[in-house]
Design a binder for this molecule. Structure first.
Ligand SMILES: Cc1ncc(COP(=O)(O)O)c(C=O)c1O
Length: 360
Protein backbone atom coordinates (compact mmCIF):
# COMPACT_ATOMS: atom_id res chain seq x y z
CA UNK A 1 0.00 0.00 0.00
CA UNK A 2 1.34 3.42 -0.85
CA UNK A 3 0.35 6.67 0.79
CA UNK A 4 -0.97 9.50 -1.33
CA UNK A 5 -0.11 13.15 -0.90
CA UNK A 6 -3.21 14.52 0.82
CA UNK A 7 -3.66 18.28 0.42
CA UNK A 8 -6.86 18.41 2.45
CA UNK A 9 -7.36 21.56 4.58
CA UNK A 10 -8.52 19.49 7.52
CA UNK A 11 -8.68 16.81 8.66
CA UNK A 12 -5.26 16.90 7.11
CA UNK A 13 -2.34 14.63 6.45
CA UNK A 14 -0.49 13.43 9.55
CA UNK A 15 3.19 12.47 9.73
CA UNK A 16 3.59 8.91 8.49
CA UNK A 17 5.94 8.12 11.38
CA UNK A 18 3.21 9.13 13.84
CA UNK A 19 0.61 6.93 12.17
CA UNK A 20 3.00 3.99 12.16
CA UNK A 21 3.77 4.45 15.84
CA UNK A 22 0.06 4.66 16.65
CA UNK A 23 -0.45 1.51 14.59
CA UNK A 24 2.30 -0.36 16.39
CA UNK A 25 0.86 0.69 19.77
CA UNK A 26 -2.75 0.09 18.84
CA UNK A 27 -3.35 -3.29 20.46
CA UNK A 28 -0.95 -3.07 23.36
CA UNK A 29 0.34 0.28 24.57
CA UNK A 30 3.71 -0.43 26.17
CA UNK A 31 2.81 -3.71 27.81
CA UNK A 32 -0.51 -2.55 29.27
CA UNK A 33 -2.39 -5.06 27.13
CA UNK A 34 -4.73 -2.40 25.80
CA UNK A 35 -5.00 0.43 23.35
CA UNK A 36 -4.80 4.04 24.56
CA UNK A 37 -8.39 4.30 23.34
CA UNK A 38 -9.45 1.79 25.97
CA UNK A 39 -7.58 3.24 28.94
CA UNK A 40 -9.16 5.07 31.82
CA UNK A 41 -8.37 8.75 31.56
CA UNK A 42 -7.62 8.61 35.29
CA UNK A 43 -5.04 5.84 34.92
CA UNK A 44 -1.39 6.60 35.66
CA UNK A 45 -0.57 5.62 32.09
CA UNK A 46 -2.96 8.03 30.46
CA UNK A 47 -2.20 10.87 32.87
CA UNK A 48 1.49 10.45 31.91
CA UNK A 49 0.59 10.52 28.20
CA UNK A 50 -1.46 13.69 28.75
CA UNK A 51 1.14 15.46 30.85
CA UNK A 52 3.95 14.61 28.44
CA UNK A 53 1.91 15.97 25.53
CA UNK A 54 1.33 19.23 27.37
CA UNK A 55 4.98 19.50 28.34
CA UNK A 56 6.14 18.87 24.78
CA UNK A 57 3.70 21.48 23.46
CA UNK A 58 4.93 23.98 26.04
CA UNK A 59 8.51 23.34 24.93
CA UNK A 60 7.72 23.51 21.22
CA UNK A 61 5.67 26.70 21.38
CA UNK A 62 7.62 28.35 24.21
CA UNK A 63 4.63 28.55 26.57
CA UNK A 64 5.53 29.89 30.03
CA UNK A 65 3.92 29.03 33.36
CA UNK A 66 1.91 32.24 33.06
CA UNK A 67 -0.33 30.29 30.69
CA UNK A 68 -2.67 27.34 31.15
CA UNK A 69 -2.82 24.81 28.33
CA UNK A 70 -6.23 23.21 27.88
CA UNK A 71 -7.15 20.19 25.75
CA UNK A 72 -10.82 20.82 25.05
CA UNK A 73 -13.46 19.36 22.74
CA UNK A 74 -15.92 20.68 20.21
CA UNK A 75 -13.37 21.90 17.68
CA UNK A 76 -12.33 25.47 17.10
CA UNK A 77 -15.91 26.48 16.31
CA UNK A 78 -17.05 25.88 19.89
CA UNK A 79 -14.44 28.44 20.96
CA UNK A 80 -16.24 31.13 18.97
CA UNK A 81 -18.83 31.13 21.80
CA UNK A 82 -16.56 30.00 24.62
CA UNK A 83 -14.30 33.03 24.20
CA UNK A 84 -16.88 35.77 24.73
CA UNK A 85 -18.58 33.79 27.50
CA UNK A 86 -15.28 33.60 29.37
CA UNK A 87 -13.46 36.78 28.51
CA UNK A 88 -16.06 39.52 28.56
CA UNK A 89 -16.03 39.65 32.36
CA UNK A 90 -17.68 42.89 33.43
CA UNK A 91 -17.29 44.37 29.94
CA UNK A 92 -19.81 44.23 27.16
CA UNK A 93 -17.82 44.77 23.98
CA UNK A 94 -15.12 42.99 22.01
CA UNK A 95 -13.13 43.95 18.91
CA UNK A 96 -12.79 41.65 15.92
CA UNK A 97 -10.79 41.89 12.69
CA UNK A 98 -12.55 40.48 9.67
CA UNK A 99 -10.25 38.87 7.11
CA UNK A 100 -12.36 36.05 5.74
CA UNK A 101 -14.77 33.23 6.30
CA UNK A 102 -13.38 32.05 9.63
CA UNK A 103 -13.27 35.59 11.05
CA UNK A 104 -16.86 36.04 9.97
CA UNK A 105 -17.95 32.86 11.72
CA UNK A 106 -16.20 33.93 14.91
CA UNK A 107 -17.85 37.37 14.66
CA UNK A 108 -21.34 35.96 14.02
CA UNK A 109 -21.14 33.71 17.07
CA UNK A 110 -19.67 36.40 19.33
CA UNK A 111 -22.55 38.71 18.42
CA UNK A 112 -24.83 36.40 20.36
CA UNK A 113 -23.02 37.38 23.55
CA UNK A 114 -21.20 40.64 22.99
CA UNK A 115 -21.38 44.06 21.44
CA UNK A 116 -19.00 43.24 18.61
CA UNK A 117 -17.01 46.01 16.99
CA UNK A 118 -15.50 44.98 13.67
CA UNK A 119 -12.45 47.16 14.09
CA UNK A 120 -10.89 46.33 10.75
CA UNK A 121 -11.97 44.45 7.64
CA UNK A 122 -10.60 43.56 4.24
CA UNK A 123 -13.97 42.49 2.90
CA UNK A 124 -13.94 45.30 0.32
CA UNK A 125 -10.86 43.76 -1.29
CA UNK A 126 -12.52 40.33 -1.40
CA UNK A 127 -10.25 39.36 1.50
CA UNK A 128 -7.10 39.47 -0.60
CA UNK A 129 -5.22 41.49 1.99
CA UNK A 130 -4.95 42.21 5.71
CA UNK A 131 -6.36 45.63 6.61
CA UNK A 132 -3.66 48.09 7.68
CA UNK A 133 -3.59 48.20 11.52
CA UNK A 134 -3.09 51.98 11.33
CA UNK A 135 -6.73 52.18 10.25
CA UNK A 136 -8.17 49.80 12.83
CA UNK A 137 -10.90 51.29 14.93
CA UNK A 138 -10.08 49.37 18.12
CA UNK A 139 -11.54 50.40 21.48
CA UNK A 140 -9.60 50.72 24.70
CA UNK A 141 -12.54 49.33 26.68
CA UNK A 142 -12.87 46.18 24.56
CA UNK A 143 -12.65 42.94 26.55
CA UNK A 144 -10.32 41.52 23.89
CA UNK A 145 -9.22 41.84 20.28
CA UNK A 146 -9.83 38.73 18.17
CA UNK A 147 -8.19 37.95 14.85
CA UNK A 148 -7.53 34.98 12.60
CA UNK A 149 -3.79 34.80 11.83
CA UNK A 150 -4.37 32.36 8.98
CA UNK A 151 -7.58 32.25 6.98
CA UNK A 152 -7.65 28.62 5.91
CA UNK A 153 -10.16 29.09 3.10
CA UNK A 154 -8.87 32.32 1.59
CA UNK A 155 -5.20 31.50 2.07
CA UNK A 156 -4.49 34.82 3.79
CA UNK A 157 -1.94 34.99 6.60
CA UNK A 158 -0.72 37.82 8.82
CA UNK A 159 3.03 38.26 8.78
CA UNK A 160 2.89 40.36 11.99
CA UNK A 161 1.33 40.12 15.44
CA UNK A 162 -1.10 42.99 16.01
CA UNK A 163 -0.32 45.33 18.90
CA UNK A 164 -3.43 45.40 21.08
CA UNK A 165 -1.90 47.40 23.93
CA UNK A 166 -3.45 46.38 27.25
CA UNK A 167 -6.39 44.66 25.57
CA UNK A 168 -5.86 40.87 25.52
CA UNK A 169 -5.10 39.59 22.03
CA UNK A 170 -7.04 36.46 21.03
CA UNK A 171 -6.01 34.40 17.99
CA UNK A 172 -7.61 31.55 16.09
CA UNK A 173 -4.45 29.71 15.12
CA UNK A 174 -6.24 26.59 13.88
CA UNK A 175 -4.38 26.46 10.58
CA UNK A 176 -1.07 28.06 11.53
CA UNK A 177 -0.31 26.65 14.98
CA UNK A 178 3.23 25.24 15.22
CA UNK A 179 4.00 26.09 11.58
CA UNK A 180 6.56 28.74 12.57
CA UNK A 181 7.86 30.35 15.76
CA UNK A 182 5.37 32.67 17.49
CA UNK A 183 5.88 34.78 20.62
CA UNK A 184 3.10 33.39 22.82
CA UNK A 185 3.68 36.10 25.44
CA UNK A 186 2.04 38.62 23.10
CA UNK A 187 -1.31 36.83 23.40
CA UNK A 188 -4.06 36.60 25.97
CA UNK A 189 -5.48 33.48 24.37
CA UNK A 190 -4.57 31.24 21.45
CA UNK A 191 -6.81 28.44 20.24
CA UNK A 192 -6.39 25.87 17.53
CA UNK A 193 -8.57 23.06 16.23
CA UNK A 194 -6.28 20.06 16.06
CA UNK A 195 -7.05 18.64 12.64
CA UNK A 196 -4.41 20.57 10.69
CA UNK A 197 -1.06 20.70 12.47
CA UNK A 198 -1.82 18.89 15.71
CA UNK A 199 -3.82 15.69 15.34
CA UNK A 200 -7.35 14.35 14.90
CA UNK A 201 -10.42 16.59 14.66
CA UNK A 202 -12.64 17.35 17.64
CA UNK A 203 -9.76 18.27 19.92
CA UNK A 204 -9.03 21.96 20.38
CA UNK A 205 -5.97 23.28 22.15
CA UNK A 206 -6.43 26.48 24.16
CA UNK A 207 -3.50 28.45 25.56
CA UNK A 208 -4.77 31.07 27.99
CA UNK A 209 -2.96 33.59 30.15
CA UNK A 210 -3.83 32.63 33.70
CA UNK A 211 -5.03 36.09 34.72
CA UNK A 212 -7.84 35.71 32.17
CA UNK A 213 -9.24 32.66 33.95
CA UNK A 214 -12.12 32.94 36.40
CA UNK A 215 -14.14 35.60 34.56
CA UNK A 216 -16.76 33.37 32.97
CA UNK A 217 -20.33 34.59 32.93
CA UNK A 218 -22.66 32.87 35.35
CA UNK A 219 -24.61 31.16 32.59
CA UNK A 220 -21.50 29.70 30.94
CA UNK A 221 -21.93 25.94 30.55
CA UNK A 222 -19.56 24.17 32.92
CA UNK A 223 -17.88 22.36 30.02
CA UNK A 224 -17.08 25.74 28.45
CA UNK A 225 -15.70 27.36 31.57
CA UNK A 226 -11.93 27.75 31.18
CA UNK A 227 -11.41 27.94 34.94
CA UNK A 228 -13.19 24.61 35.47
CA UNK A 229 -11.25 22.97 32.64
CA UNK A 230 -7.94 24.35 33.94
CA UNK A 231 -8.68 23.34 37.56
CA UNK A 232 -9.38 19.80 36.39
CA UNK A 233 -6.38 19.35 34.11
CA UNK A 234 -8.75 19.24 31.10
CA UNK A 235 -10.38 16.17 32.68
CA UNK A 236 -13.57 17.62 34.16
CA UNK A 237 -15.28 15.02 32.00
CA UNK A 238 -13.80 12.27 29.85
CA UNK A 239 -11.43 14.02 27.48
CA UNK A 240 -10.78 13.01 23.86
CA UNK A 241 -8.11 10.60 25.05
CA UNK A 242 -7.02 9.09 21.76
CA UNK A 243 -6.81 12.48 20.04
CA UNK A 244 -4.78 13.82 22.95
CA UNK A 245 -2.41 10.85 22.68
CA UNK A 246 -2.04 11.32 18.94
CA UNK A 247 -1.38 15.03 19.41
CA UNK A 248 1.37 14.00 21.82
CA UNK A 249 2.94 11.80 19.15
CA UNK A 250 2.81 14.72 16.70
CA UNK A 251 4.52 16.99 19.26
CA UNK A 252 7.30 14.41 19.72
CA UNK A 253 7.68 14.14 15.95
CA UNK A 254 7.91 17.94 15.67
CA UNK A 255 10.64 18.00 18.29
CA UNK A 256 12.55 15.36 16.34
CA UNK A 257 12.28 17.54 13.20
CA UNK A 258 13.98 20.40 15.04
CA UNK A 259 10.90 22.13 16.44
CA UNK A 260 8.97 25.07 15.07
CA UNK A 261 12.07 26.98 13.98
CA UNK A 262 13.03 24.16 11.62
CA UNK A 263 9.43 23.66 10.54
CA UNK A 264 9.16 27.37 9.77
CA UNK A 265 12.14 27.18 7.46
CA UNK A 266 10.78 24.12 5.66
CA UNK A 267 7.30 25.63 5.42
CA UNK A 268 8.64 28.91 4.02
CA UNK A 269 10.55 26.96 1.39
CA UNK A 270 7.58 24.77 0.43
CA UNK A 271 5.28 27.79 0.13
CA UNK A 272 7.83 29.87 -1.82
CA UNK A 273 8.30 27.05 -4.34
CA UNK A 274 4.60 26.76 -4.96
CA UNK A 275 3.88 30.50 -5.16
CA UNK A 276 6.92 31.07 -7.38
CA UNK A 277 5.65 28.40 -9.71
CA UNK A 278 2.11 29.87 -9.77
CA UNK A 279 3.43 33.39 -10.38
CA UNK A 280 5.76 32.19 -13.12
CA UNK A 281 3.07 30.37 -15.06
CA UNK A 282 0.33 32.22 -16.96
CA UNK A 283 -2.05 29.30 -16.57
CA UNK A 284 -2.36 29.57 -12.75
CA UNK A 285 -3.16 32.47 -10.46
CA UNK A 286 -3.39 33.29 -6.76
CA UNK A 287 -5.27 36.49 -5.82
CA UNK A 288 -3.69 37.25 -2.42
CA UNK A 289 -1.37 40.20 -1.93
CA UNK A 290 2.03 38.48 -1.96
CA UNK A 291 3.17 39.54 1.52
CA UNK A 292 0.00 38.09 3.07
CA UNK A 293 0.02 34.76 1.28
CA UNK A 294 -0.47 31.81 3.57
CA UNK A 295 2.33 29.34 4.08
CA UNK A 296 -0.20 26.64 4.93
CA UNK A 297 -3.10 27.00 2.48
CA UNK A 298 -2.40 27.90 -1.13
CA UNK A 299 -5.51 28.57 -3.22
CA UNK A 300 -5.08 28.85 -6.95
CA UNK A 301 -7.24 29.06 -10.04
CA UNK A 302 -6.75 27.63 -13.51
CA UNK A 303 -6.96 29.92 -16.54
CA UNK A 304 -10.21 28.20 -17.51
CA UNK A 305 -12.62 26.92 -14.82
CA UNK A 306 -13.98 24.44 -17.34
CA UNK A 307 -10.73 22.47 -16.88
CA UNK A 308 -11.13 22.13 -13.10
CA UNK A 309 -12.63 18.68 -13.06
CA UNK A 310 -10.08 17.32 -15.53
CA UNK A 311 -7.30 18.82 -13.41
CA UNK A 312 -8.68 17.17 -10.28
CA UNK A 313 -9.15 13.83 -12.00
CA UNK A 314 -5.56 13.80 -13.21
CA UNK A 315 -4.33 14.82 -9.78
CA UNK A 316 -6.28 12.02 -8.10
CA UNK A 317 -4.82 9.51 -10.54
CA UNK A 318 -1.34 10.59 -9.45
CA UNK A 319 -2.14 10.36 -5.74
CA UNK A 320 -2.41 14.14 -5.31
CA UNK A 321 -5.63 14.26 -3.32
CA UNK A 322 -8.15 16.81 -2.06
CA UNK A 323 -7.02 19.76 -4.17
CA UNK A 324 -10.53 21.05 -4.79
CA UNK A 325 -10.96 24.58 -3.39
CA UNK A 326 -13.52 25.37 -0.74
CA UNK A 327 -17.07 25.46 -2.12
CA UNK A 328 -17.35 29.17 -1.29
CA UNK A 329 -14.35 30.24 -3.39
CA UNK A 330 -13.98 27.53 -6.03
CA UNK A 331 -10.75 26.80 -7.87
CA UNK A 332 -8.09 24.73 -6.14
CA UNK A 333 -6.43 24.79 -2.76
CA UNK A 334 -3.30 22.97 -1.68
CA UNK A 335 -2.94 22.74 2.07
CA UNK A 336 0.69 22.15 2.85
CA UNK A 337 0.83 21.77 6.62
CA UNK A 338 3.84 20.58 8.63
CA UNK A 339 3.20 16.93 7.77
CA UNK A 340 3.16 17.53 4.00
CA UNK A 341 6.62 16.49 2.85
CA UNK A 342 8.48 18.73 0.43
CA UNK A 343 8.28 15.89 -2.13
CA UNK A 344 4.51 16.34 -2.06
CA UNK A 345 4.87 19.97 -3.10
CA UNK A 346 7.40 18.98 -5.78
CA UNK A 347 5.03 16.32 -7.13
CA UNK A 348 2.19 18.85 -7.22
CA UNK A 349 4.30 21.40 -9.11
CA UNK A 350 5.42 18.74 -11.61
CA UNK A 351 1.81 17.82 -12.25
CA UNK A 352 0.67 21.45 -12.51
CA UNK A 353 3.48 22.17 -15.01
CA UNK A 354 2.54 19.16 -17.11
CA UNK A 355 -1.16 20.00 -17.06
CA UNK A 356 -0.53 23.62 -18.07
CA UNK A 357 1.71 22.51 -20.91
CA UNK A 358 -0.84 20.05 -22.23
CA UNK A 359 -4.01 22.06 -21.70
CA UNK A 360 -2.85 25.68 -21.48
C1 LIG B 1 -9.13 29.11 10.99
C2 LIG B 1 -10.17 28.12 11.37
N1 LIG B 1 -10.96 28.36 12.44
C3 LIG B 1 -11.91 27.50 12.82
C4 LIG B 1 -12.13 26.33 12.14
C5 LIG B 1 -13.22 25.40 12.60
O1 LIG B 1 -12.66 24.31 13.20
P1 LIG B 1 -13.57 23.09 13.72
O2 LIG B 1 -14.07 22.39 12.52
O3 LIG B 1 -12.59 22.30 14.54
O4 LIG B 1 -14.65 23.67 14.55
C6 LIG B 1 -11.33 26.03 11.02
C7 LIG B 1 -11.48 24.82 10.23
O5 LIG B 1 -11.58 23.81 10.19
C8 LIG B 1 -10.34 26.95 10.64
O6 LIG B 1 -9.57 26.70 9.58
Amino acid sequence: MSRAFNFCAGPATLPEAVLKQAQSEMLDWRGTGMSVMEMSHRSDEFVAIAETAEQDLRELAGISDDYAVLFMQGGASSQFATIPLNLLGDKTSADYINTGIWSKKAIAEAKRYADVNVAGSSEDSGFTTVPDPAGWNTRADAAYLHYTPNETIGGLEYYFIPDSGDVPLVADMSSTMLSRPVDVSKFGLIYAGAQKNIGPSGLVVVIIRKDLLGKARKETPTMMNYQVIADNGSMYNTPATYSWYLAGLVFKWLKEQGGVQAMGEINARKARKLYDFIDGNDFYANPIEPRFRSWMNVPFTLADDALNSEFLKGADARGLLNLKGHRSVGGMRASIYNAMPEEGVDALIDYMAMFAKERG
